[in-house]
Design a protein. Structure first.
Length: 285
C-alpha cells in the first residue's frame, strides 16, 4: 500500500468543501439487483467521496429512493441515446470525476463506449459492465487508458477474453497481457487479489480471507476504489490502497462477527475502523 497517499486522504485541510473530495457517479442496477449499486455508492461515500450519485432506470431509482439518505439519484430514460446524453451532461454539470459502471447491470443497455471516450473521468468497470466491455474493446485500441480500472473476478475475466475458466492455464499471465495491450489497470479478484498496471504486476494482496467471499463484496471494493480516486488518488494507487483497505475491513469485521457471518454491508461499517487503525499507525511512528 501507499502510506503517504492514505495519509493525505486522512489529513483534510479545514478550508475545504464537498467538491474538494470528488463526485462519484455509480451507473448500475436492474430488477432484482438494486443492492449492487447501493453498496458501491455507500462504500464510496464512506471512503470519503464528497458526493455520490446513483444513475439507473426509473424502476430501480424508485426502489432506491426508499433506502438512500446522503446518496443522490439520477433517473435515466428508457431510450439509450437519451440516457447517454443525460449522463454526459450530468458528468459535466455536476463535476463528476469518477464513474463506477456495472454493479447490478444485467440489461444490455450499452453506454459504456461513450464513457470510455471521456478523458476527464476515472472509469471503474465492474459486474455487468465487464460483460459489456467484450463488445467495446475496439474503443480501447490505440489510446492511453490509464484512467480505466477493471475489477473482475476470475470468472468475469475469463468471459472477457472468451475463455472457459477451466481452459485458462495461467489467467494471471493472460490478465497481465490484457493490461499491457490496452494500457489499463486490472484488479483481478481471487483469494489473493492481484493489481496490474500497464502489463506489470504491482501488488498482490495476502490479507483478504474467506470473510470477503460474500455477495456484494466486489461492489464494496469498487466503491472503495472509486471513493479513493474521487479524492485525488491516482487510479493505480487507488487500486493498491483499495484492495488493502477492503481486506483490512474484512479482517476487522471477521474478528467481531466471525468469517461466516460477515456480509457486504458489514464491510462498509468497518471502513472508519480501518481508517482509524491506519491513522494510529502514522501517529505511532
Amino acid at each position: 500500500m501507499d502510506l503517504q497517499a492514505l495519509k493525505i486522504i486522512l489529513s483534510r485541510k479545514k478550508e475545504t468543501h464537498k467538491f474538494n473530495f470528488g463526485h462519484v457517479l455509480v451507473i448500475g442496477g436492474s430488477s432484482g439487483m438494486v443492492g449492487a449499486p447501493f453498496l458501491a455508492a455507500l462504500s464510496a461515500l464512506r471512503t470519503g467521496a464528497g458526493l455520490v450519485t446513483i444513475a439507473s432506470s426509473d424502476e430501480v431509482i424508485q426502489k432506491l429512493e426508499k433506502r438512500v439518505l446522503e446518496i443522490m439519484t439520477l433517473s435515466l430514460p428508457s431510450n439509450q441515446a437519451e440516457s447517454i446524453e443525460k449522463i454526459l451532461n450530468f458528468i459535466k454539470a455536476r463535476k463528476v470525476n469518477t464513474v463506477i459502471y456495472g454493479p447490478g447491470i444485467i440489461d444490455n443497455i450499452d453506454i459504456l463506449n461513450s464513457l470510455i471516450k471521456e478523458p476527464n473521468i476515472c472509469l471503474v468497470i465492474d459486474g455487468g459492465g465487464l460483460d459489456q466491455l467484450k463488445d467495446n474493446l475496439d474503443a480501447l485500441e490505440n489510446k492511453d487508458n490509464s484512467n480505466i480500472i477493471l475489477t473482475p473476478h476470475l470468472g468475469e475475466f475469463a468471459r472477457l477474453i472468451n475463455l472457459k475458466l477451466e481452459e485458462t492455464v495461467d489467467i494471471k499471465k493472460q490478465a497481465i497481457n490484457f493490461s499491457n495491450k490496452y494500457v489499463l489497470n486490472i484488479v483481478l479478484k481471487s483469494h489473493k487479489t492481484i493489481v496490474m498496471v500497464n502489463g506489470n504486476q504491482i501488488h498482490e494482496d495476502g490479507l483478504g480471507g474467506p470473510e470477503l467471499a460474500t455477495a456484494g463484496s466486489g461492489d464494496v471494493l469498487s466503491g472503495i476504489i472509486g471513493g479513493l480516486v474521487a479524492q485525488g488518488m491516482s487510479p493505480s494507487t487507488a487500486c493498491i490502497n483499495g484492495v488493502y483497505l477492503h481486506s483490512l475491513v474484512g479482517s476487522l469485521a471477521k474478528y467481531d462477527l466471525t468469517e461466516p457471518s460477515v456480509i457486504a454491508s458489514d464491510l462498509i461499517t468497518y471502513i472508519p475502523k480501518a481508517y482509524k487503525q491506519i491513522e494510529n499507525s502514522f501517529n505511532s511512528k
